[in-house]
Design a protein around this ligand. Sequence first.
Ligand SMILES: [Zn+2]
Length: 147
Amino acid sequence: MVDRPSELRSGLPCPTCGRSLLPVPLESAVIFHCRNGHELPLIELVNAQSLVLRMGLETLMLQWMRQLQALHNTVEDARQHGYLDVAEIVQRHTQSLKGRITQLQNAFTQSEVERANQAYSRLEDASRGSTMPGLEDSPAASRKARV
Ligand SMILES: [Zn+2]
């Protein structure tokens, strides 16, 4: 017996207690639940900056993309054989899967932008107060002037 669809198995550890997390796709978001009842939005997992979580999420994305490809093939197959109602049902699964993949990609992008912003503001703080060396005094500039 299949206890739950394979697409919902993630193998991700809960950052709070370490038990495995299950993605629960909602209408507009993907939420992760662990067996101890912790509830984590996707973006929190991405922002946790944990390599295990990061790799787990990337694996999950690959799984979802493979499933998307398989669903596409099923839709095409059903259409070719005239099972239009089947094609329509599978097409709906395809849409929700696509939505989840997009959310995962957006969460990755969002976390990268945030990290870049943090790095940038650290850089600004560091350069504040120190003066840049004048270009006029550099050997390269005077060499150019002589030519
Ligand atoms: Zn937990």
